[in-house]
Structures are given as structure tokens and as C-alpha cells.
Design a protein around this ligand. Sequence first.
Ligand SMILES: Cc1ncc(COP(=O)(O)O)c(C=O)c1O
Length: 391
Amino acid sequence: MGSVSNSKDQFIDEALANRRDQHRFRTLRSLDPQGTTVVSDGEKELINFSGNDYLGLSKHPDVIDRAKQYADKYGAGSTASRLISGTYSIHKKLEQKLADTFGWEGSLVFNSGFQANSTIISTLADRHALILADKLSHNSLLQGSLSSRATFRRFEHNSLEDLEDQLAHASKEDFSRIIVISESLFSMDGDRSNLEAIAECTESHNAWLFVDDAHAVGVWGKNGLGLAHGIEGIDMVLGTCGKAFGGFGAFLLCSDKVKDYLINFCPGFIYTTALPPAVIGTIEAAAELIPDMDGAREQIRENIEMMKTGIHDAGFETGNSDSQIIPILVGGEQETLDLADYLEEQGFLATAIRPPTVPKGSARIRITLSSEHSASQIETFVRALKDWSNG
Ligand SMILES: Cc1ncc(COP(=O)(O)O)c(C=O)c1O
């Protein structure tokens, strides 16, 4: 048995020293936004290729106005959790709007995508259930799976064959239920899952299918309604509002029955203060704007094409990226950090992503594009990347 040493925070010293030794120590700096640029620690202006404001909605006047109107009318906070006295008419109106816009029976707003994923999964699964998640699933999905105490298995990234094999195997075991989890558009690689095939496969095994559409809502699918939109056989879709919506929070699209179940049993919905009126206003305004933003979506596509071509011309691979999330694959951690530092010297914020966030040996610069980026911003970035490659 371990003894409590005098230095009770020794484990923290050790963990931090370990991180520093591995060159993985993380710190926060201020990056104040100015359109598509940010000012780093109050000093240097950088073109931001690391944000998720895919449609520029965080600065849209209608979104900001609605936030102000709702704060003026209803106050700064929602003052209670949803089941106590924190459900205002605007919360209910928003959930109806989201369900109608995305074409689902029900919708339930959560305080963040992380909170939603980590609590919905564990409410659906009990310890006799099986959760089968794509190997590259977001950490929030992992947290939900682990806290459920269900049997947790992962299938090879985007491998329908492995999913099918594991489902076939699982149907011979004695699970209370099976829940399959996938992202529609993977957050670190920018590649997509084959949702139609996954839905067909899960349906044939009578399993649940939970799709995290966080990076696709607003940007992809008909009218920007996401990659899960219109696909039969999906039971739940998670959309986030901190990315293309330009605000904060998240929403689940589901049946009324699942909604009732979560309202009654989901701790991360029940035991937390409801989103404040201003945030509800931003989500509502963004949901009204998004279906009519085909022009911005076309611009993102052009920006992606231009950026990818440039990265390839500079001699880098972008894996299977098929979206506004583009990894510049480097491999080595130090080399990736050196490239990120160089890009910053050249005036770009392009964040290095390293293990444990991505698998070992796959360190990368992760680029995210917005419809607001200009052609000249992309051109100067590509020129800098080519100069780096040419040594
Ligand atoms: C795939 C995915 N799901 C969920 C989340 C969490 O969403 P939120 O930022 O709203 O907590 C993120 C990132 O933040 C994500 O990339």
C-alpha cells in the first residue's frame, strides 16, 4: 500500500516534468481575434489557420445582435438548471427550431459538445452494454464510453469490414444493447466516414448509431445541415455550436422518446445550469442563417482546393482529408514544432498537433479553413511552406 508522502503534490511535479522532458508541455497564450487574424499575447498579428469559425458567424452582426437582445430581455444568466427554472421560452423555441431545421422529431440543447458526448453515451449504455467506437473518435466520446462502465471496443478507423466483423461477433455475446459511435468528419484528419454504409450495417445488427457531426454542421450536406442529414438508420446526431455556428453549446437531434429519456436520466443535462440567454440567441440566429449560406460554403470549397494543391506542391501529404480540416503530415514531433515556429515567424498561426492527441509518429500541422480566408492569405501561406521545403 502506498503511503501519503509529505509532498502531496509530488505526482504533479513528476507529471509536469515528464511532459517537459517529452517536449509536450502545453501553455496558454492570448490570441485576440480580428476577423481571420489574431493578435498573439497582445503583440504579433497572425493569420489564423487554427480556428473553427468556418463560416465567420462568430462576427456576424445578426448573431451578435440576437445575443444582445436576449441578454437585454432575459438577463445575463439562466439562473438554474433546465428542470428547475432554467428553461425559458427561448430554450424551448430554439430546440423546436433545431429539430425543424434539421428534420428530426426532437432536439435537446447541451452546454457543450464535450459535455453532451461524455454524458449522453454513458446514459444510453449500462455496464452490460457494448460500445463500438471508431478508433479515432474524439476524446469526449471516449470519456462517455469509459464512464458508462460498458464493454468498450474500438473498430479500425473507417473500416466497415472491422465494424461488421465486430458486430457479428458481438451478436453472439450477451450484451444488453450495442451502441456504435462514429464522427462524420474526423477532427484531426479531416476525412469522412461512410455514414450510409455504417447505418446499414448497424441497423442489420439492431444496434444504436450515434454520429458526431460537430465539424460538418453548417459546412457540409444539403443547406449545410451536416453529413448525417437525411441518412436513414442514424439514431442520434450531435451538432456543436462552437464551430460553424460561431457561438457555443451543442445540440442533439433524436426522437422524442430519446429526448424524454435524456431529460429524465442524463446527468450532464440535468445537473448543470442552462445555457445563458445570449448564447441561446447566437445559436438561434446562426441556425436561421446557415441554410442560406451556400455562397460561403462554395467559398470554403474553393479555399480547400487552393490550400490542398499548395500543400501538395510544397511536398507534403494531407492524408485522406476531404474537408476544411487539412493535416500537413510531418511525422516527427520536433520537426512539426520547428515548422509551426517557422510558420509563426512568417505570420501564421498553424498549430502543431502531437501525440497523445494524434497517434505516435503522426504529428502534424493542422490547418482549418474558413469561408472568410482570402486567396491572398492562402497564397502567402503556401509560399512560406514552399520556402521551408526548399530549405
Ligand atoms: C468531433 C468533436 N466532437 C465534440 C467536440 C466538443 O465540442 P465542444 O467544443 O462544443 O465541447 C469537438 C471539439 O471541440 C470535436 O472535435
